[in-house]
Design a protein around this ligand. Structure first.
Ligand code: SD4
Length: 328
């Protein structure tokens, strides 16, 4: 976390930097390179997107499946002990319980999600199981946990990580619920990917807002809010205050704007504009969007400065600072 804050300070808006040690060794063949835009291409939110992209890229190379890639990528973040907004090490709700939300989608309309689920290390894989093994799209809470047990997922002990416990103990002193922009409330991973043949997929996984009400579900597992993918058009994902994103169906809105001819960048900017118009107290709300169209063009935009994302393509795996509506 502090690493990201440092990064934000150091980086210059709109700049792109390579971080050593996290670029993928994958080099595309000439046939895999597209003329307009870039293919294959993987985008994911925040600094932890770099190692996630590297895993996604390696999986794409291994199996050729963009769905496998976006699942493998965010599984990396689900295990990242330094990330307090994703996975079982995430900060808990007001009752001291960590509950997880995740969704996955492919460009042919297949999708699955889980929400308010406990004791599962890889909610993204559970979301994929909902998509592939049930007639449903979304399973929540105890039902999702029971489904996980039936599918043979290991059930983890319900203990907070030492860091999460420390943060929760500190929070309990005042018990104030106040999402603060750009710090640990906003580290969800959303990943969208395009393969060399123009197939798209996306994934999104989070422990949601820290100290949320027990049972609260954010945008990340809501198809159309935290994630939307359509092979005919493109894909979008979101991070930030879930309530503000659900209110405007953010990811669906971006894909539909691209369908109407907007570029991914224009679509993200329009979604931020819409979000600002539909949410009060915007100075306290951060939200950021990423988009790819089927030609491999990309877009990113946020309400406030500080949002960044990782972009993996045949040219490497690099961090890019998003532009924002409010200026630094
Ligand atoms: C949520 N959108 O649950 C998530 C939080 C988030 O980075 O994006 N954190 O509202």
């Amino acid at each position: 976390m502090s690493q990201r804050r440092k990064f934000i300070k150091q980086s210059i808006l709109g700049s792109a930097i390579f971080l050593p040690g996290v670029t993928s060794a994958y080099t595309a063949t000439p046939a895999e390179r597209s003329v307009a835009g870039e293919k294959p291409l993987i985008l994911s939110t925040w600094n932890h997107g770099l190692p996630a992209n590297a895993d996604a890229w390696a999986k794409l190379k291994e199996t050729g499946s963009i769905l496998d890639a976006v699942e493998a990528g965010v599984r990396n973040t689900e295990l990242d002990l330094t990330n307090l907004s994703v996975g079982l090490q995430g900060l808990p709700d007001r009752e001291g319980i960590t509950t997880l939300d995740a969704s996955i989608m492919t460009g042919d309309g297949a999708c699955g999600s889980v929400a308010f689920v406990r004791q599962i290390k890889h909610p993204i894989t559970l979301a994929r199981a909902v998509m592939e093994k049930t007639p449903h799209v979304m399973i929540v809470g105890e039902g999702a946990r029971q489904f996980a047990i039936a599918e043979g997922f290991p059930i983890e002990e319900e203990v907070l990580s030492p860091e999460a416990q420390k943060a929760y103990d500190k929070w309990k002193v005042t018990s104030q619920y106040k999402p603060i922009i750009n710090i640990e409330n906003h580290d969800t991973i959303g990943m969208i990917g395009l393969d060399a043949n123009g197939k798209l997929a996306g994934s999104c996984t989070t422990s949601g807002l820290s100290y949320k009400m027990h049972g609260r579900v954010g945008d990340s597992p809501i198809i159309g809010a935290g994630l939307f993918v359509d092979d005919e058009v493109g894909a979008a994902t979101a991070t930030g205050l879930g309530e503000s994103i659900i209110r405007i169906c953010g990811s669906f809105l971006i894909v539909e704007l691209m369908r109407q001819g907007r570029t991914p960048q224009e679509a993200c900017e329009e979604a931020v504009k819409r979000l600002i118009s539909k949410n009060k107290n915007i100075k306290d709300i951060q939200a950021g969007f990423l988009a790819i169209n089927k030609d491999g063009e990309t877009g990113a935009y946020a309400v406030h400065p500080g949002f960044n994302f990782a972009k993996a393509s045949t040219s490497g795996n690099l961090m890019v600072d998003s532009k924002s509506h409010f200026k630094p």
